[in-house]
Write a protein that binds this ligand. Structure first.
Ligand SMILES: [Zn+2]
Length: 336
């Protein structure tokens, strides 16, 4: 295979930040992807209709050269049915963070009490608004996701009509659970299909591979890769591409997040081709998201060719510098 054309690739979990960083990174997604689910963890988090609309307009301004749809989300709080009905046309999902679990999540929920929060979850189910969840506890870093499985089960059972997305799953436990309940679905990042904790901290510390949830064991990575390559209808690509300024990554107190937007599709083609699964790539990067989120593909296509692409050491502009995964390394596929 020397060339492949993808129709309407979606990134179902993306951080675009704001201001200068937004201007630098947004076009690095919009030049290849047709749409992306935009995370709401700005400071302060996006939690009113006016904030959703104004953030969406800033994204559209930054991506105006491309045909690209920002699929907006609200930061989860206890919301009323009336409010959600009034904002429904402006959002695609609501993102729930346990408090303090990752970048700018301090305003998240302290505990996921399915009784106390029932009216919001029921309103979301009635209005057909999916719930995206950052599923980690505050426990030991390697166990945080597995410890959260009981919360996902409780949500799945208590709200069977609510579409629940287990965001950026990283463990074999999550791969099993997502297949157990009809209303559970999941996104997987690029890096979690490829790396383990060894790649982050097994040798010299690699700050540009450090993210939350942290990369886990080889058997976890293998389970994630297997279900993604299979085209399983519950699984979508969500890069969780999370840019931080270079000086905040290469620092004592490295910020969590891997920046993958500009390399994601090239690496995915390489990965699916090397694993004889290229026929399932469309399911992973487009069709499954359409079914889960009840969306249609757009007509946007992106063609990749088998030609070496040396990843830049950094992307610079608007007074920002951000370092991508695989900086300085060569990938065997390029965007045509
Ligand atoms: Zn994220």
């Amino acid at each position: 295979m020397q060339e492949i054309t993808l129709t309407s690739p979606f990134d179902m979990h993306l951080h675009l930040r704001d201001d200068d960083m937004l201007k630098l990174v947004a076009p690095l997604t919009s030049n290849t992807f047709s749409a992306a689910i935009i995370m709401p963890n700005l400071v302060p988090p996006v939690s009113t209709k006016a904030e959703v609309i104004s953030y969406k307009n800033r994204i559209l301004e930054a991506t105006k050269e491309d045909e690209f749809a920002p699929l907006m989300t609200l930061f989860f709080k206890p919301y009323t049915y009336e409010f959600l009905k009034s904002v429904k046309d402006e959002i695609t999902a609501i993102k729930l963070y346990p408090a303090g679990i990752t970048t700018n999540s301090e305003g998240g929920v302290e505990s996921i009490d399915t009784v106390a929060l029932a009216s919001t979850f029921n309103a979301m189910a009635n209005l057909d608004i999916p719930l995206c969840v950052h599923g980690e506890t505050n426990g030991f870093v390697m166990d945080r996701e597995s410890e959260f499985m009981s919360v996902y089960e409780e949500l799945a059972v208590a709200f069977p009509k609510l579409t629940i997305i287990m965001e950026h799953i990283t463990t074999a436990d999550a791969v099993s659970l997502v297949q157990k309940y009809d209303n559970l679905h999941a996104t997987i990042t690029l890096q979690h299909l490829i790396i383990t904790l060894d790649d982050v901290a097994g040798g010299m510390l690699q700050p540009h591979l450090f993210c939350k949830p942290i990369a886990k064991r080889p058997e976890d990575r293998d389970a994630l890769l297997a279900i993604a390559l299979s085209g399983n209808k519950k699984i979508m690509f969500g890069s969780d591409s999370a840019p931080h300024p270079k000086h905040k990554k290469e620092a004592c107190g490295c910020a969590a997040g891997v920046f993958t937007s500009p390399i994601a599709l090239q690496v995915l083609v390489e990965l699916f081709e090397n694993n004889n699964s290229i026929d399932n790539l469309d399911a992973f990067v487009s069709s499954n998201a359409c079914e889960i989120y009840k969306m249609k593909k757009t007509n946007k296509t992106v063609t990749l060719v088998k030609k070496d692409f040396t990843v830049p050491l950094s992307y610079d502009g608007f007074n920002e510098t951000v370092v991508p995964m695989y900086f300085g390394q060569t990938i065997s596929w390029s965007i045509k």
